[in-house]
Design a protein around this ligand. Structure first.
Ligand SMILES: Cc1cc2nc3c(=O)[nH]c(=O)nc-3n(C[C@H](O)[C@H](O)[C@H](O)COP(=O)(O)OP(=O)(O)OC[C@H]3O[C@@H](n4cnc5c(N)ncnc54)[C@H](O)[C@@H]3O)c2cc1C
Length: 471
């Protein structure tokens, strides 16, 4: 069994160079996941001078562990947004349909070979108390002129289906753009810091400087703290996923609105695969990561198992746009970042080109929120607090790990084939790290940083490795 995602078996043929000189550009995009790459394409198609830097390899962050459905039927997101604004729910639906079509057109117009396939999207419940929620979602979609059908099946209490939705291979999609923009993408090139000077951003990337008029942060969780993006306005959600070979591709993808979350899709390249996700839960509530993987293994004979995490905002809308003086971000995708990366590309394009766009206010990261209507606010606050407190005491249930004091610094000592010493806290905000013995990583349950066994940073918001050579 492989303890990484099915997409990560894809090997890129396009090598982008590491930054090797100082540069000047109008727009610098930081992060080569689907968000950064989509924004790059949109800006280049509009002749904007742009560069993209990626600290590792493009696509191998959160994007490479997604289920990669291209759909606007996103669990009960419209129901959630509707609770505080019907207008916003209507507009968000419109934005997602446009975003799905944007990706489809990108693929068809460029003949991108990325295993793109039509797949009906189903939203279902097996719980009779939730039937009314699905009915409401059905009415909402109907009122917005969506072609939605009710599904009758003896295995569910109620379900609905839309058909203008798709699936694809996210890394093959990214590969096309890497190839197209190879000369303006720098891999293994990390933004270490930036400052604003005379209307420009001066960015330290490895040992070089890039000067840019606009800085677009597409790093999933930005490493720097910005007032609106406090841990109290969001939480991290983790899910567990498996994939196995099957005899044939079925054009169905499904998600439920019950607990635990179940979601699946099929994939076809030379072979056909079934991709199954279960248990989307607040990272703060995870007691023992291995148990969730064990549950998954008991379900089926998966050839791949992996986990993934995303940022859930407390009003269920993404954060895309200007946060100050031409500093833009695109994140907070509520586990629907494939379609939202296309939305981000259109919104950020129009902000930079000073064009109108109907969604700029909807996703404005500085939007004001009526906190009394955000039922999740207390939950988000307590989740952040629980994740922090729980992790500070390092109650890790693993006999291979012990904590030691070296030169006044506490470190985690992992006796795992060989001795490994790492910092026991994430350099980002000093949350304690938990060892994920299935994927062989050190995970921060507060903000999602991930480090490999030896302490090398895989994913931020941390900027640093955690190996303890320094001590
Ligand atoms: C379990 C799960 C299933 C999902 N399934 C779906 C789905 O079916 N459909 C859907 O629409 N969405 C889905 N999503 C959501 C979607 O996968 C993500 O929202 C999306 O992939 C995020 O992409 P990104 O480009 O913003 O982040 P990433 O892919 O993480 O890219 C960010 C990049 O920035 C780089 N970076 C970070 N810091 C720096 C730095 N300092 N300098 C340079 N580079 C840096 C990182 O190395 C990384 O490559 C799912 C999410 C989860 C958790």
């Amino acid at each position: 069994m492989k303890n990484y995602s099915i997409w990560q078996d894809f090997k890129t043929n396009v090598k982008c160079s590491k930054i090797n000189k100082d540069l000047y550009v109008d727009v610098l995009i930081v992060g080569g996941g689907i968000t950064g790459i989509s924004i790059l394409n949109e800006l280049k198609e509009n002749n904007v001078s742009t560069l993209l830097i990626e600290q590792n390899k493009c696509g191998y962050g959160v994007t490479s562990r997604s289920t990669a459905k291209i759909t606007y039927l996103q669990e009960k997101i419209y129901m959630n947004i509707r609770k505080y604004s019907l207008d916003k729910a209507n507009l968000y639906l419109k934005s997602q349909i446009e975003a799905v079509n944007k990706i489809k057109n990108n693929i068809l117009n460029n003949n991108i070979e990325c295993d793109f396939k039509q797949a009906d999207s189903y939203l279902v419940t097996v719980n009779k108390n939730k039937v009314k929620d699905i009915k409401e979602e059905y009415e909402f979609l109907k009122n917005n002129n969506v072609n939605v059908e009710i599904i009758n099946d003896k295995n569910i209490k109620m379900g609905i289906k839309v058909s203008d939705t798709y699936v694809f291979h996210p890394l093959k999609y990214i590969e096309f753009f890497k190839n197209k923009y190879q000369d303006i993408i720098y891999e293994n090139s990390k933004l270490n810091s930036f400052k604003r000077e005379n209307d420009y951003y001066i960015c330290q990337v490895n040992n070089h400087t890039i000067k840019a008029k606009y800085l677009v942060i597409a790093t999933h969780y930005p490493y720097f703290l910005i007032p609106f993006l406090t841990p109290f306005k969001s939480h991290i959600e983790t899910s567990f996923i498996g994939a196995k070979k099957v005899n044939k591709y079925v054009n169905q993808s499904l998600i439920n609105i019950d607990k635990p979350t179940v979601s699946y899709r099929f994939h076809e390249d030379k072979n056909s695969y079934f991709i199954y996700l279960e248990n989307s839960l607040k990272s703060a509530n995870i007691k023992n990561i291995k148990n969730y993987f064990d549950n998954l293994k008991r379900k089926d004979n998966f050839q791949y198992i992996w986990s993934n995490k995303d940022i859930i905002t407390n009003d269920y809308l993404p954060w895309i746009g200007n946060i100050s003086n031409n500093l833009l971000i695109a994140t907070g995708f509520n586990t629907w970042g494939i379609s939202n990366s296309a939305l981000a590309s259109m919104v950020i394009r129009d902000i930079i080109l000073n064009e109108e766009n109907p969604y700029i206010e909807l996703v404005n990261p500085k939007r004001s929120i009526n906190l009394s209507k955000i039922k999740r606010l207390p939950i988000d606050i307590s989740c952040s607090a629980i994740a922090y407190l729980k992790s500070t005491i390092n109650n890790v249930n693993n006999t291979h790990i012990k904590y030691e004091q070296i030169n006044n610094n506490k470190v985690a000592h992992l006796n795992y084939n060989k001795d490994i010493l790492v910092k026991h806290r994430c350099p980002h905000m000093k949350c304690g790290l938990v060892f994920n013995e299935v994927e062989n990583t050190w995970d921060c349950l507060c903000h999602g940083s991930k480090f490999d066994l030896t302490g090398k940073l895989l994913e931020g918001p941390s900027k640093e490795n955690i190996n303890v050579d320094k001590y």
